[in-house]
Design a protein around this ligand. Structure first.
Ligand SMILES: *[C@@H]1O[C@H](CO)[C@@H](O)[C@H](O)[C@H]1NC(C)=O
Ligand SMILES: *[C@@H]1O[C@H](CO)[C@@H](O)[C@H](O)[C@H]1NC(C)=O
Ligand SMILES: *[C@@H]1O[C@H](CO)[C@@H](O)[C@H](O)[C@H]1NC(C)=O
Ligand SMILES: *[C@@H]1O[C@H](CO)[C@@H](O)[C@H](O)[C@H]1NC(C)=O
Ligand SMILES: *[C@@H]1O[C@H](CO)[C@@H](O)[C@H](O)[C@H]1NC(C)=O
Length: 478
C-alpha cells in the first residue's frame, strides 16, 4: 500500500512537473516571439517612394546641411545629420537616421572628406543600429556609428554613408563639432601599451569632474530646449510665444525647433524668434505616415538635438511646445538644475513630473494690473489657466527630462533610453520643479481640481516678455 501510494505520488509529481515545465517552456517561447506576433506580421511593408518620403516645400537646403537623405536606393535607411561624439573611449562620428525594422543591413561604408567636393580621404566600415525597441512601425530611429581612424591625423569635414559599391554620392553630411576639437584628439606615444588601464581611468574621472564642477570652458548656453518636429500643420503661435517668454524668464537661453510642416502663424513666429537670436530652426523633410514612423520621427530629432548640443550647453530640456519646465521653489531653472545635479552626481537626467493645467477649467486673472494689461492677458493661456488637475503624474508617465547631455547616450520621450556608464535617472521633487502641461483634456470631477496660480509671481514679467514677442510678430506680419 505504502509503496503504491508513494509510486502514485511520484507519478503525480512527475506529471505535474512535466505540465509545469511545458507551460514554462511555452511561456518562454511566447515571450521570445511576442514582438513578432504583436508587430512583425502586421507591419505594413508597402514600398516607400523615397522622392515622396523626402519631400520638402520649405527653402532649399544647402548641400551638407542637416536634411533627410537616402543611405541606399531601396528606402531601407535614411540619414539626417552627423555629429562628432567624443564621450566614449574613442571618438566617433554619430550619424542620426531611421532604419527599417528589422534592420535590413548592419554595415555601411563611411567615406570622409576634407572639404566640399574634395576627394575621399579615407573610408571605414560603419555600423547601423536602432535607437530603441520596436514599436510596431516599419521604421525606427537609428544611428550609424562611423569610427575615426586616428592614424590619419585629420578631423574630417564631411562624410557620406552608403551600402558600399555602386551607391556613392547618394548623400553628403557636414560633420557637426559641438566644440573645438584639438588635434591630435589623444596625445599619442610610440606604443599604445604604455597606457595602463589605471592611467586611463584616472584621466577619465578627472575629465568627468572637470566639466560638472567647474566648466573647463564657457558654455555657449546654460540651458537649451529641444522640441520634436512640428507637424500636422501646428499653428498655435500665441502658445509658442508664451512658452518661449516664460522659459526665457526662467533661464532657458536657446531653443531648437524642427519643422516638418506648420501653419503660417507658427512659421512667422519662428522667424521672429530666430531674429531675436535664441532660436534655431531645422528642416525636417521626412514625409512618412504614422504607420511607418512614430510621431514624425521624434526619437531621431531628440537625439539629433542631444548630439548637436553635446558641448554647447550645460543642460538640455526635451518637451513639446505646450509644456513648460517650472522651478517651484526658486526663481531660476538653471540654479535648480545646477544644485540638483551637483548634489546627486550619479544623476544623468531629472524627470520633471507632469501636471495638467486643463484648458477646459475656468480661467482667472490676477487682481493686479491695469485695464490694458488685463485685456492683453485674456489672449494668453499660461496666466489665465491657473486651475490644474490635483494629481501630479508619476515618473515616466508623461514626465519630460532635463539632462546633462554628456551623461546620456540616447534620449527618449518620457524617460531616458540609455545612459553613459555610471549615470542613472533621477526624479525632480514635485516641490522643486514641475512640468506644466497646458492641454485640453477630459474634465476630472470638481474635487480633483486645484487652483495653482504659481506663475502669477512673475506675472508682470511674463506679460512684458510675451507682449514684446507678439508686438514684433505683429510688426513682421504687417
Ligand atoms: C507624402 O506621403 C504621402 C504618403 O506616402 C504621399 O501620398 C504624398 O504625396 C507625400 N507628399 C508629398 C508632398 O510628396
Ligand atoms: C566593390 O568594392 C570592392 C572593394 O572596395 C572591389 O574589390 C570590388 O571589385 C567592388 N565590386 C564592384 C561590383 O564594384
Ligand atoms: C553645429 O550645430 C550648431 C547647432 O545647430 C550650429 O550652430 C553650428 O553651425 C553647427 N556647426 C557645423 C560645423 O555644422
Ligand atoms: C550660466 O549661469 C551662470 C550662473 O548664473 C552664469 O555665471 C553664467 O554666465 C551663465 N552662462 C551663460 C552662458 O549665460
Ligand atoms: C499698464 O501697465 C503696463 C505694465 O505695468 C504699463 O506698461 C502700461 O503703460 C500701463 N498702461 C496704462 C494705460 O496705465
Amino acid at each position: 500500500m505504502s509503496f503504491g501510494t508513494g509510486c502514485n505520488r511520484r507519478l503525480a509529481y512527475s506529471i505535474k512537473l512535466r505540465i509545469f515545465l511545458s507551460v514554462f517552456i511555452a511561456l518562454f517561447f511566447l515571450i521570445l516571439i511576442k514582438d513578432s506576433i504583436l508587430y512583425d506580421f502586421y507591419i505594413p511593408r508597402e514600398p516607400i517612394d523615397s522622392k515622396k518620403a523626402l519631400h520638402w516645400s520649405g527653402d532649399p537646403i544647402a548641400k551638407g546641411d542637416p536634411r533627410w537623405q537616402e543611405a541606399d536606393i531601396f528606402a531601407e535607411v535614411f540619414i539626417y545629420s552627423a555629429h562628432y561624439d567624443d564621450i566614449g573611449l574613442s571618438p566617433l562620428i554619430r550619424v542620426i537616421g531611421i532604419a527599417l525594422d528589422p534592420l535590413p543591413y548592419f554595415f555601411v561604408k563611411c567615406r570622409y572628406y576634407e572639404y566640399q567636393d574634395g576627394p575621399v580621404v579615407y573610408s571605414v566600415s560603419g555600423e547601423v543600429l536602432h535607437m530603441r525597441e520596436r514599436n510596431g512601425r516599419s521604421y525606427l530611429g537609428a544611428y550609424v556609428e562611423c569610427p575615426l581612424d586616428e592614424s590619419y591625423n585629420f578631423l574630417p569635414y564631411a562624410l557620406t554613408v552608403d551600402k558600399g559599391n555602386n551607391s556613392e554620392n547618394l548623400n553628403f553630411m557636414i560633420i557637426n563639432y559641438s566644440r573645438d576639437v584639438l588635434l591630435p584628439p589623444i596625445e599619442r606615444t610610440s606604443t599604445e601599451s604604455e597606457y595602463s588601464t589605471e592611467d586611463y581611468e584616472d584621466t577619465v574621472s578627472e575629465f568627468d569632474e572637470d566639466y560638472s564642477d567647474v566648466a573647463p570652458f564657457d558654455w555657449q548656453w546654460n540651458i537649451t530646449r529641444c522640441f520634436p518636429a512640428f507637424h500636422m500643420g501646428y499653428d498655435d503661435h500665441i502658445m509658442l510665444a508664451e512658452m518661449v517668454a516664460v522659459s526665457r524668464l526662467l533661464g532657458v537661453q536657446h531653443f531648437v525647433f524642427y519643422v516638418k510642416n506648420a501653419g503660417k502663424h507658427v512659421l512667422d513666429m519662428l522667424e521672429v524668434l530666430k531674429a531675436q537670436g535664441d532660436a534655431e530652426v531645422l528642416p525636417w523633410n521626412l514625409n512618412l505616415s504614422e504607420q511607418n514612423l512614430y510621431y514624425a520621427g521624434q526619437f531621431a530629432s531628440i537625439n539629433d538635438c542631444l548630439y548637436r548640443h553635446l558641448w554647447t550647453s550645460r543642460f538640455l530640456l526635451f518637451a513639446d511646445a505646450d509644456e513648460i519646465f517650472v522651478p517651484r521653489d526658486q526663481p531660476s531653472l538653471f540654479s535648480l538644475l545646477d544644485e540638483q545635479f551637483a548634489e546627486n552626481p550619479e544623476c544623468g537626467a531629472y524627470l520633471f513630473l507632469n501636471v495638467f493645467f486643463n484648458l477646459r477649467f475656468p480661467t482667472a486673472v490676477p487682481r493686479k494690473g491695469n485695464k490694458t494689461t488685463l485685456n492683453f492677458l485674456q489672449r494668453l493661456k499660461v496666466l489665465t489657466h491657473t486651475r490644474r488637475h490635483k494629481e501630479v503624474l508619476g515618473p515616466a508617465i508623461r514626465s519630460k527630462p532635463a539632462v546633462d547631455p554628456r551623461r546620456v547616450h540616447t534620449g527618449s520621450v518620457h524617460i531616458i533610453q540609455k545612459f553613459r556608464d555610471g549615470y542613472e535617472t533621477c526624479v525632480m521633487s514635485r516641490y522643486k520643479g514641475l512640468l506644466h502641461h497646458y492641454r485640453d483634456f477630459p474634465e476630472p470631477p470638481l474635487d480633483e481640481q486645484e487652483n495653482d496660480p504659481y506663475l502669477w509671481e512673475i506675472f508682470a514679467d511674463i506679460v512684458a516678455e510675451t507682449k514684446m514677442i507678439l508686438d514684433e510678430y505683429d510688426e513682421m506680419v504687417k
